[in-house]
Design a protein around this ligand. Structure first.
Ligand SMILES: Cc1cc2nc3c(=O)[nH]c(=O)nc-3n(C[C@H](O)[C@H](O)[C@H](O)COP(=O)(O)O)c2cc1C
Length: 201
């Protein structure tokens, strides 16, 4: 069982990192092969919209996204962790997602063989406020990201009211939930698909 955790916050030791770490700890303890990918340490250009990927499913931009394509295809579980920035995912997360247009192209434009959909995707999100609509955009983006890479949108943990670095430590029940989810996914349990109706949760 290969589980990758993609962490999209620029802030080290922040809430989404702590949430992802708990998730990955559970997965590791249950025997999964775990890899954490810190987008803040990578140089990933935004998509340049040149449609090279429509020719052969590859992206000609030579940057740190290249190894990620294979990792996204090889993973049994893809977890995406991000803070809410202006009611959406972080720019780091969104740039990475936009670059998976190359995989979308393989799947939908070139109709190539593609691993999936027994593979599973998880969204882990943290935001400061309590608004009902806080995760609407992030959930929609995650839905179409997971679709592009052909993993089932299996589960999500959406944490409101955490702003200061480490504030999530005051919600140990949420970290326990993340750890438990990681453990269960590593053991092969199937979840979802997450229903996006209603979008506001
Ligand atoms: C640029 C920026 C934009 C933000 N926008 C929102 C927002 O729209 N809604 C919200 O509730 N919190 C917002 N926040 C707060 C973060 O989502 C919150 O502090 C989160 O827990 C940070 O997670 P991290 O520590 O993993 O980066 C914003 C923070 C920053 C720095």
């Amino acid at each position: 069982m290969k589980i990758i955790g993609i962490w999209g916050s620029p802030r080290k030791g922040g809430n989404s990192e702590l949430l992802l770490n708990a998730f990955l700890e559970g997965a590791r303890e249950a025997g999964a092969e775990v890899e954490r990918i810190a987008l803040r340490e990578l140089k990933i250009s935004p998509c340049l919209e040149i449609y090279h990927c429509f020719k052969d499913g590859t992206c000609p931009i030579k940057d740190d996204m290249l190894p990620l394509y294979d990792k996204l295809l090889a993973a049994d579980v893809v977890a995406l962790a991000s803070p809410i920035f202006f009611y959406s995912l972080s720019a780091q997360a969104k740039a990475m997602i936009d670059r998976t247009q190359a995989l979308w192209s393989r799947r939908y434009h070139l109709n190539q063989d593609f691993p999936g959909p027994e593979r599973q995707g998880v969204l882990l999100c943290t935001g400061a406020t309590q608004g009902k609509l806080l995760f609407v955009s992030a959930r929609l983006v995650a839905r179409y990201f997971f679709d592009a890479i052909n993993v089932t949108y299996a589960a999500e943990i959406l944490v409101r009211g955490v702003d200061q670095k480490g504030a999530i430590l005051e919600k140990p029940e949420v970290l326990d939930q993340a750890k438990d989810l990681g453990r269960r996914l590593a053991q092969g349990e199937k979840f979802g698909p997450v229903k996006l109706s209603p979008l506001a949760v």
